[in-house]
Design a protein around this ligand. Structure first.
Ligand SMILES: C[S@@+](CC[C@H](N)C(=O)[O-])C[C@H]1O[C@@H](n2cnc3c(N)ncnc32)[C@H](O)[C@@H]1O
Length: 213
């Protein structure tokens, strides 16, 4: 997938987060985001300590990767080199890999859960169904996915985010619930939650889904 000016959306995303430095992580840490807290707690309550967990689009690791890594064996994946430099410093007990999550290779059945908080929203929507299928394959039987998704149909937009051009893409919530089910995951809960972004409420779809036993 290419943007009208020929650029790969992944390059826009990686460059944007590289240049954002610590700004996004500071903001995410200070944001009042009960949905983030609830869904982090869901994973911590459901998983035995030390379970292998994949954090897709982990950013600088604050606050979620760090909280998960206090109890679980976390592999953080991010496309931004600079965010990972920070993540390694912020969460020394987790392991990190720089990769495009849509191209990531992991052994089938190797993780007990996948957390993808506010990250798949940056993957071109045409690639998201295949990504969900890959996530399903990486999960152990009964494994969990917790994912933040968009709620409106957006074929792909570049907009400013923390003063950097940033790319987003999404389907509507109904399409996502179908896509998650088609990936072979059973939706356990799906809720719309708002978070304040610079004084305006922005709505996301939070989905908890389970791989078959
Ligand atoms: C909005 S931040 C979310 C960070 C963290 N998960 C959180 O909840 O605060 C999105 C992160 O996803 C990463 N990301 C976006 N697209 C990606 C892709 N295709 N592969 C890997 N990481 C990606 C970005 O680099 C960025 O660090």
């Amino acid at each position: 997938m290419r943007l009208p000016h020929g650029e790969d959306p992944r390059d826009v995303v990686a460059r944007g987060y590289d240049r954002m430095g610590a700004t996004y992580a500071s903001w995410a840490q200070e944001s009042h985001d009960p949905a983030r807290e609830e869904h982090t707690a869901l994973l911590l309550d459901a998983l035995p300590p030390g379970s292998p967990v994949l954090d897709l689009g982990c950013g600088a690791g604050l606050p979620t990767t760090r909280t998960l890594a206090e109890h679980l064996d976390v592999l953080g994946v991010d496309i931004s080199f600079e965010q990972l430099v920070r993540a390694r410093r912020n969460v020394p007990r987790a392991a990190f890999v720089q990769a495009d999550m849509a191209e990531l290779n992991l052994a089938p059945g190797s993780v007990a859960a996948v957390a993808a908080f506010y990250s798949i929203i940056h993957v071109p929507r045409e690639e998201q169904a295949a990504l969900l299928g890959r996530i399903r394959c990486w999960l152990q039987p009964d494994g969990l996915l917790v994912v933040t998704l968009g709620v409106g149909a957006d074929p792909g937009t570049v907009d400013a985010f923390f003063d950097q051009p940033m790319y987003w893409s999404s389907y509507d919530a109904e399409a996502y619930l179908r896509t998650v089910a088609e990936a072979g995951l059973e939706v356990q809960s799906a809720v719309h939650r708002q978070v304040d972004e610079f004084g305006s409420p922005v709505t996301f779809l939070w989905v908890l889904a389970r791989a078959p036993a």
